[in-house]
Ligand binder design. Sequence first.
Ligand SMILES: Cc1ncc(C[n+]2csc(CCOP(=O)(O)OP(=O)(O)O)c2C)c(N)n1
Length: 323
Amino acid sequence: MSATDVEHWLHMYQQMLKIRVFEEQVNELYTSAKMPGLAHLYVGQEAVAVGVCEALRRDDYITSTHRGHGHCLAKGASVDKMFCELLGKEPGYCHGKGGSMHIADQDTGNLGANAIVAGSAGIATGAAFACKRLGLDRVAVCFFGEGALGQGVLYESMNMAQLWKLPVIYVCENNLYNEYTHHTESTAGSMRARPEAFGILTVEVNGQDVREVHETATRLIARARRGEGPAFMLCHTYRYYGHHVGDINRRYYRSKEEEEEWKTHRDPLNTLSAWLIGQTMADGAIFDQIENEVRAEVAAAVDYALNAPFPAPEEVGKHVYVG
Ligand SMILES: Cc1ncc(C[n+]2csc(CCOP(=O)(O)OP(=O)(O)O)c2C)c(N)n1
């Protein structure tokens, strides 16, 4: 492995850790009653967002979900503006009026999180259609949870994407649960069979291994950029926290043992650091250094956001769509 490769994987480690530390702070802000509303934490799933987004260019597009902080950060969002948005502050991405589930960032190609399950499938597919029509060599990635497999708009979108060979990648994050329901109780049959029915190239990956996610995403994105059409990536992953920050007692739908098994044996950060150490390409000190840097960056952003102003009361109707 070359020095550039090592840099590349260490950067991915840093990006995953940034998401994890960011989310831990979100939990802290919520439990100390400093953050209004709710948030759906992405901890445990970091390798999917980072592995995919690191295969994208800045001008490529993504769409995200209610569990979207990781996607935004992985695509390059600023932690300052993210925390401001979550705390309802004026410098936030939506001037503090969108909150956790509505972060969009045109500068990094993020067309927005979406609280409607599968709601962004049409947006990502539309963006891919625009890229093709305008002759841009950009691609769009649509992130969604396996709960979206029950939504019709996903099938309308995949049908058009395959008919018109649109440059869109559907990234399904199967973290086993739709809210408090195991996927086997809500999704009949095979997940893969759905995109395959449209003739869409479908690949299944270990979503806890950022190297596997990244290598697969790189291949599918290059293929879409060449005009060879859409693809579907089924990523097996797990969320460490509850469905949202208030979901503390989870015993009635999943066991502590299951949670511990994923955290202990399938953690995406540990998997990558163990591999790098095993290859003698990195030692423990570098991970400590990255951790110190990430923690300092996130702590400074929290401070900034806590001290930032709220939007002026007379701005309440500005930037808000009234149908
Ligand atoms: C159309 C629609 N139906 C129901 C809901 C309520 N809801 C919010 S999150 C969620 C479960 C989503 O599960 P999944 O898509 O697997 O994503 P995960 O939460 O596991 O990341 C549901 C049913 C919603 N937001 N939108």
